[in-house]
Structure formats: C-alpha cells, structure tokens
Ligand binder design. Structure first.
Ligand code: ASP
Length: 439
C-alpha cells in the first residue's frame, strides 16, 4: 500500500519486499550452492551478518531508555495510583487470559495430530547427535535459573542501572513503575522538570526508531538471508509434522481466537488491526525478539492505531516481556510432542499442568531470540523428558521462533487496544485512515 504523500512504496511494503528477497536469495544460495559454500559463507560473514546486526543493534540500543521513559511517563500520566493499579490489573488479566487460550489451542492441536508418535528413531538419534552441544548449554542454563520464589523476588531490582545493562527488563520495568509512581507523589513543580526530561528522552528515542526503521528493509533482507542460506529447508522434513502443528496452532490463534477477541472484546475489525500493525509484525518475524520489536510496536499502536501514548507506553513494554501467546503455544506443543517421542503418556491432569506451566514460563521468558528455550527445558524435566531432548527441535527453532514472536507481538498490541478501549480513552473510530498511518 502506498502512502498518499511520500514518493515510492510505503515502508512496510519495502520491508515485506526485503523479507521476500532475502528468503528467496537465501533458499537459492542454499539449494544451488549449499549452506557452507565459501561464497555463501563470505556473503553471510561480510554482508548479511553486519547488515542484520546493525539493524538489530539500532533497535536494542533504544529498548532500555524507551522502556524506562515510556513506563515512567505512562504511570505518571495516568495520575493516581489506583488508576495505575486498575490499568495494570486489566493488562495482566488480558495477558493471562489470552496466553491461556493460546496454550490450550496448542494442546488441542498437538493431541489431535500426535506428530511425535511417528518420529523415526533413527531421525531422533541423528538430531540428538547433531544438536547435543547446543542442547547441553541450554540444559545448564535451565539448571542455573529455575522458576521459583526467587523469580518474583528478583523483579525487585537491587540496581536499576545494572538491570538495564544486563538486559533484565523486568527489573527495569519495576524500577520505572516505582519511579513514575513516585513522580505523582511529589509536588507537581518538582516533578515537572523530570517529566519534561523523560518526554524529551521519549521523543528522541522515537526519532531513533524512525532511523532504525529506515534500515529495516535492508536489515530484514540480511537477517532472513542469513537463516535461509544456512539452514535451507532440509531440516524441516523430518520434523515436518511437529512444525506444521506449531505453525497451525499459531495461525489458528492469531486468525481465529484473536480475531474473535478483537471483534467482540474490542469492537475493532481484525483486518484493520492487522493492516495497521503489519510493520511491527514483520519486524517481529525478522528479529525473533519481542524486545527488539518494542519500538516498532509502539509506533504501530500510537501512530497506526491512534492509541494514546500513556496507555501504549505503559502496556506495551510490560506486554513485550510478559505477554507471549505464541511462546506458550510453542512450549505446550513442544513438551507434549517430546513426550510423544519418548513414549511418556500424560494424563489429562498432567496435560493441564503442561498448559499452566507453558503460561507461567511464557510470562517469565525474555523477549529475545530463543528466550523461552531454557525455561522450556525446565518444564520438560518436570514431565520426565530428558532435557537433552531439546536437541531434537533446536535445529528448527529459528523458523518457529520467528513465527511465535510474531504472534507474541500481535497479542501485545491487541492488549493495548483492549485496555485503551476499556479505559474509555480510545475507540475503534479513532484509528487513523490508512493513508495517514505511517508504514
Ligand atoms: N523470541 C521470543 C520473543 O522474543 C521468545 C521466545 O519464545 O523464545 O518473543
């Protein structure tokens, strides 16, 4: 779709073109030359990798200041703390409800298709061998960071600067919430300079998002080429049934469940929603990271859908780390798939436990590529599947990660419109016409 004023195609059209060009060139390189051909290696090392990294780093660079400024401003903008509690409560309720719906959808799909029951033992052994190194690394991460009471205590950061430096988003979010709340408690005259500073930070960061998004078409081409040229489609064959179940459940959740939610709980046409958030979805697909997609998601919500910045700036940063519909589908399906492969029979109660664990760990997973894998290894152990079995699916994780992150971001932005609508600060008629919406 072209925008009325700017010459040439709109940004999201260019990003989509980048995605297709990168994918087609990558597959051609992989099938014609092979994933390890010197030319393919050279292109990956000196062109695709640096171009992809520069784009990703431009996005990551702004995540921490963006999260801090937008949450602190969001909380301060909501004014009184009861309102913050109410908006936060609604958001978290929505995250939990949709994540639960997602995980249950995955459960139904994997039980109907039973993709693990027919996996050839030879294929299983081959995959385990090929990915055993990577798997043992994930298993050791999983052992290091279990899920328990500490998970919650650690949200209360000791040092917000360290949290920001380490990429500990929950710690930083907590500090930003407290900081924004504190700004509402001190005299308005004292708070004002800080609010102005935060507003300036926010505006500057959004300007950087604009710069990063200009690079997006090239970054996306490079990232997709990097994946497809090295992995091709060969890996997909033995795990085809499993991949189809994950992708099918993701698609069903986005196209059916979320469309119903958007239509009936928000009153917004799913087609309009999809159209306005498209560039955020493509960014999610190409980066496999909800955190890296946060800037693009914010601009889709604010400019594309017209949601007021206090609500978008408050709900989206929290959603990008807590609301992972796609991840919960992936986790539930993968754990049950591996149980099928290893002949572990789960009772109905245990299936429900898988769903509950998938929801909890999806909330705990970091919004970075592969962020959910270590947590999922933890769930596998609970149900008697050896952690090393993650090796079976690691080889195809990239494509699944790209897809589940897209659904994660779809859910995050839907949470924003849901909360904004129920707070009465936004309604579907406020969505700007397509011509005016940016990329
Ligand atoms: N890559 C996902 C995200 O950022 C997390 C995961 O499922 O690994 O949303």
């Amino acid at each position: 779709m072209t925008s009325g004023k700017s010459p040439g195609p709109a940004l999201h059209t260019k990003i989509l073109a980048g995605l297709l060009i990168g994918g087609v060139l990558g597959l051609l390189a992989n099938t014609q030359l092979g994933g390890h051909h010197p030319l393919v290696d050279w292109v990956n090392r000196y062109l695709a990798y640096p171009a992809g990294q520069v784009f990703l780093r431009m996005l990551f660079m702004i995540v921490m200041p963006l999260v801090f400024a937008s949450i602190a401003l969001g909380v301060a903008g909501l004014g009184d703390l009861r309102k913050v509690g109410r908006v936060g409560g609604k958001a978290i309720g929505y995250f939990l409800a949709t994540t639960f719906l997602a995980a249950s959808t995955g459960l139904v799909f994997v039980n109907m298709a039973k993709p693990g029951a027919g996996l050839d033992p030879e294929v299983k052994a081959g995959l385990m061998e090929a990915y055993s190194g990577a798997a043992s690394e994930k298993v050791s991460i999983a052992k290091g960071g279990g899920f328990g009471v500490d998970t919650f205590v650690n949200i209360v950061t000791r040092n917000p600067v360290k949290s920001a430096a380490d990429g500990d988003l929950l710690g930083l979010i907590f500090f930003a919430l407290v900081f924004g709340a504190a700004l509402t408690l001190i005299p308005a005259g004292k708070a004002r300079p800080m609010l102005e500073l935060l507003e300036a930070v926010n505006a500057a960061v959004i300007a950087i998002v604009g710069m990063a998004m200009k690079l997006a078409p090239y970054g996306v081409t490079a990232l997709i080429f990097g994946v497809t040229s090295r992995f091709g489609l060969a890996l997909l064959a033995p795990l085809g049934g499993y991949i189809l179940v994950v992708l099918g459940a993701l698609l069903f959740h986005a196209a059916v469940n979320m469309s119903l939610v958007l239509r009936f709980a928000v009153g917004l046409s799913p087609a309009v929603f999809f159209d306005r958030v498209r560039s955020a979805l493509i960014t999610a697909f190409s980066t496999s990271s909800s955190s890296a997609t946060l800037p693009a998601a914010l601009s889709s919500a604010e400019q594309g859908l017209g949601v007021p910045p206090q609500v978008a700036g408050f709900v989206l940063p929290i959603g990008s780390t807590m609301c992972m519909n796609g991840t919960s589908i992936f986790e539930g399906v993968t754990v049950i798939f591996l149980c099928q492969v290893f002949g572990v029979d789960l009772t109905l109660g245990q299936m429900v436990a898988v769903v509950v664990m998938a929801v909890i760990t999806a909330i705990g997973a970091a919004g970075v590529p592969g962020g959910s894998i270590p947590l999922m290894v933890g769930i596998m152990a609970m149900f008697g599947v050896p952690g090393e079995a993650i090796a079976i699916v690691l080889g195809v994780d990239r494509i699944l990660d790209m897809s589940r992150t897209t659904v994660n971001v779809y859910g995050d932005i839907s949470a924003v419109v849901f909360v904004a609508r129920s707070e009465g600060v936004w309604k579907p008629s406020m969505v700007p016409p397509a011509e005016k919406a940016p990329a």
